[in-house]
Design a binder for this molecule. Structure first.
Ligand SMILES: C[S@@+](CC[C@H](N)C(=O)[O-])C[C@H]1O[C@@H](n2cnc3c(N)ncnc32)[C@H](O)[C@@H]1O
Length: 216
C-alpha cells in the first residue's frame, strides 16, 4: 500500500514517449528507407554553407544515423562537429560512419532540452527532420539551439511542415511526427529568417520546411 508519507518521485525528464523504442526498431532500416521521404536534406546543407561558409563549431540536433554528420565533416574539413541524439541504436550507426573523422566528430546521447555548450557556442546548428518529433519539447529545443549559437550564428532546419490530408497527419502522428505548421512561427520569432521556404512533396501530399535563421 502507498504511504502518503512517502516523498513523491522526481518528475521524469521531458522526453517524447516511445521515441527510443521506435528507433530501436527502425535504426536497422533507417538509411535504406528514409531517402524516399526525408526530402531537402542536401538542399539545407547547401543553404547552411551559403550562410556559414567556414563554421568552426557545428552541432546537429537529432543526428540519427549520422548521414548529415558525414556530409558536414566532408564539406567543412576544419570544423569540430557534435551530434546529439536520444537513441543509442541510431548513434551506434552514426559512430561507425563518423569513425574516419576521428576526434573532429563527438556524439552525445541525451535529450536536447538544454544547450550542449552555450559557453563556447556554435556557428551552425543543424536540425534535420528532428524537431517535428520533439512533442513535447520543440520550444525548449529551439531555445536551446538559440543559446548554443554564437551571435551571428545560423540555425538551419529542414523538417515536415504541414499536410491537408487528415489520414496522412494521423499516420505521421503514429510515427511521432507532428505536422501542423507549428515550427515555423516560433522559428521566425526566435531567429531572423535568411531562408524561409515551404516545398511540396509527392504533388502536395505534404509540405516540408527549409529554414535558415540568424541569431542577432
Ligand atoms: C527522423 S530522425 C532524423 C535523423 C537525421 N537528422 C536525419 O536527417 O536523417 C530523428 C532523430 O531525432 C532523435 N530524437 C527524437 N527526439 C529527440 C530528443 N528529444 N532529443 C534528441 N534527439 C531526439 C531520434 O532519436 C532520431 O534519431
Amino acid at each position: 500500500m502507498r504511504s502518503r508519507f512517502l516523498p513523491s518521485l522526481p518528475a521524469a525528464p521531458e522526453r517524447p514517449p516511445g521515441i527510443e523504442a521506435y528507433y530501436r526498431m527502425h535504426a536497422g532500416i533507417y538509411d535504406a528507407t528514409r531517402w524516399s521521404f526525408l526530402f531537402g536534406r542536401d538542399a539545407i546543407l547547401e543553404r547552411a554553407a551559403a550562410a556559414q561558409p567556414a563554421p568552426a563549431r557545428i552541432l546537429e540536433v537529432g543526428c540519427g544515423t549520422g548521414r548529415n554528420l558525414v556530409a558536414l565533416a566532408r564539406r567543412f574539413p576544419r570544423a569540430q562537429i557534435t551530434g546529439v541524439d536520444l537513441s543509442g541504436e541510431m548513434l551506434a550507426i552514426a559512430r561507425r560512419k563518423t569513425t574516419p573523422y576521428g576526434s573532429r566528430v563527438t556524439l552525445l546521447r541525451r535529450a536536447y532540452d538544454a544547450p550542449v555548450a552555450a559557453a563556447r557556442g556554435h556557428q551552425l546548428v543543424l536540425c534535420s527532420y528532428a524537431l517535428s518529433m520533439f512533442n513535447p519539447g520543440f520550444e525548449a529545443a529551439i531555445e536551446a539551439a538559440r543559446r548554443d549559437l554564437v551571435p551571428g550564428g545560423h540555425l538551419a532546419l529542414v523538417d515536415f511542415h504541414a499536410t491537408r490530408q487528415r489520414w496522412f497527419a494521423r499516420w505521421m502522428g503514429v510515427n511521432h511526427v507532428r505536422m501542423d505548421g507549428h515550427l515555423r512561427p516560433l522559428l521566425r520569432e526566435t531567429l531572423s529568417p535568411v531562408t524561409d521556404r515551404v516545398c511540396r512533396a509527392y504533388g502536395g501530399v505534404w509540405e516540408y520546411l527549409l529554414y535558415v535563421g540568424r541569431k542577432a
